[in-house]
Design a protein around this ligand. Structure first.
Ligand SMILES: Cc1cc2nc3c(=O)[nH]c(=O)nc-3n(C[C@H](O)[C@H](O)[C@H](O)COP(=O)(O)OP(=O)(O)OC[C@H]3O[C@@H](n4cnc5c(N)ncnc54)[C@H](O)[C@@H]3O)c2cc1C
Length: 368
């Protein structure tokens, strides 16, 4: 796994970051051929049929590679846009959309967020109205990763007049459909090479047969899919933090101040040791989460805590690593400034820290 990423991604990171783009189809084909895009999925659709521990390894290795943008794009394909299709989709839908995604021949995206509905998913307004055997879709989606290159979206839309979280469905939306357009490609603080877009739908028609699972159960299915997103985010964060602390120690061993290496300073050693200890705690919490998931248990609480802790710890690790690199770390082209920028997303995307706390407060009986 590490060898494939070192060959297919690492040599291109600077070039892709500068271009604010990476070739998703070319890269995903190479990853698909190596069997990395469908680790846990059924072999009948081209998956590897492996258990969840392989997904933990994938996440850690993606984090270790040192490019948040590509790591996010890949995990959208493997753990954010496809779990619902695999879990609830019809055989025909899986053959048509999941199998090519696992081979890396199709790029997938998850389209939930809208301009007025991010944390509060129940506020989405994109509507799919039934006309015979077709949905007629109108609306827009914002901040969609893989958005300009995707061949299909796992789209969350309102399919009935019922308000709030009721009456939504997940629909496979092929981006070649008439009425679909990319309104804007967005520039970002971090994850520079990932492809983030605003998408628009105007009387776009797709078959009702493209609905994933049950009509009207989209919100609940998406909440399940979010658990996979939060778990892979926490696994990836551990790999990235571990690598960042290691690389920082390597730099401090060489960097001389006041007549000796920076790493000889006890303050520096203790700070790195303390953060490494916290990363270790999260790593083993992740492993407990993965074991519970493998046993078929509900991992909502595990995934929520892991995502919350990962976001907060990554901010501390990135800040410390940058601080210890001094002015060199502040330069835009260094890996550590990229890590500092990339890691900030973890506390916002896939449910902000405060949304994680809201879930925990409810689950643990602290909310009225
Ligand atoms: C780079 C990037 C990639 C993304 N990729 C995708 C994608 O592929 N698909 C997709 O659908 N979405 C994607 N998103 C959207 C992402 O999931 C949302 O940005 C996120 O859920 C937060 O929603 P929001 O931006 O609307 O913030 P808001 O909902 O406006 O929240 C703003 C802030 O308010 C605070 N807050 C929110 N709720 C509460 C609360 N209950 N109590 C207290 N404070 C609260 C938090 O600090 C939060 O950051 C992406 C976002 C980014 C930045």
């Amino acid at each position: 796994m590490r060898g494939v990423l070192e060959r297919e991604v690492v040599p291109h990171i600077s070039e892709w970051e500068e271009a604010e783009a990476f070739p998703a189809h070319r890269l995903f084909k190479a990853l698909g051929a190596a069997g990395l895009l469908g680790l846990e999925y059924e072999p009948a659709y081209g998956g590897q049929g492996a258990d969840h521990s392989y997904t933990v390894i994938l996440g850690e290795e993606l984090g270790r590679m040192g490019c948040g943008g590509v790591a996010m794009a890949i995990t959208v394909q493997t753990d954010m846009a496809t779990p619902s299709l695999h879990r609830h989709g019809s055989h025909e839908l899986k053959q048509r959309y999941l199998a090519p995604a696992l081979r890396g021949e199709m790029v997938a995206a998850i389209a939930v967020t809208e301009a007025d509905a991010g944390s509060d998913v129940a506020g989405i307004r994109t509507r799919a109205v039934r006309d015979g055997d077709e949905w007629v879709i109108n609306g827009s989606k914002l901040y969609i990763t893989n958005g300009t290159q995707a061949d299909w979206l796992c789209l969350l839309a309102r399919t009935s007049g019922a308000g709030g979280y009721r009456g939504m469905s997940q629909i496979i939306f092929p981006t070649g459909t008439r009425g679909f357009s990319v309104s804007r490609k967005l520039s970002k603080l971090g994850n520079g090479c990932s492809d983030t877009a605003e998408l628009s739908f105007t009387d776009a028609r797709v078959p009702v047969a493209n609905t994933i699972g049950q009509i009207g159960r989209g919100f609940q299915q998406q909440m399940g899919q979010f658990q996979n997103e939060r778990m892979i985010a926490a696994y990836t964060a551990v790999g990235a933090m571990d690598a960042a602390l290691g690389r920082t120690a390597g730099y401090l061993r060489e960097r001389q101040v006041f007549g000796g290496p920076l790493l000889s300073r006890q303050y520096v050693q203790f700070r790195l040791a303390e953060l490494a200890a916290e990363v270790d705690l999260l790593r083993h919490y992740n492993y407990a989460c993965a074991a519970a998931y493998t046993r078929g248990e509900d991992t909502t609480r595990f995934a929520t805590i892991a995502k919350l802790k990962a976001g907060r710890l990554a901010r501390a690790v990135a800040d410390t690593c940058l601080q210890f690199h001094g002015g060199f770390g502040y330069m835009a082209e260094t890996w550590v400034s990229r890590y500092f920028r990339d890691s900030r997303l973890l506390s916002i995307g896939g449910g902000a820290d405060e949304v994680m706390l809201q879930i925990l407060a409810r689950m643990d009986g602290f909310a009225d």
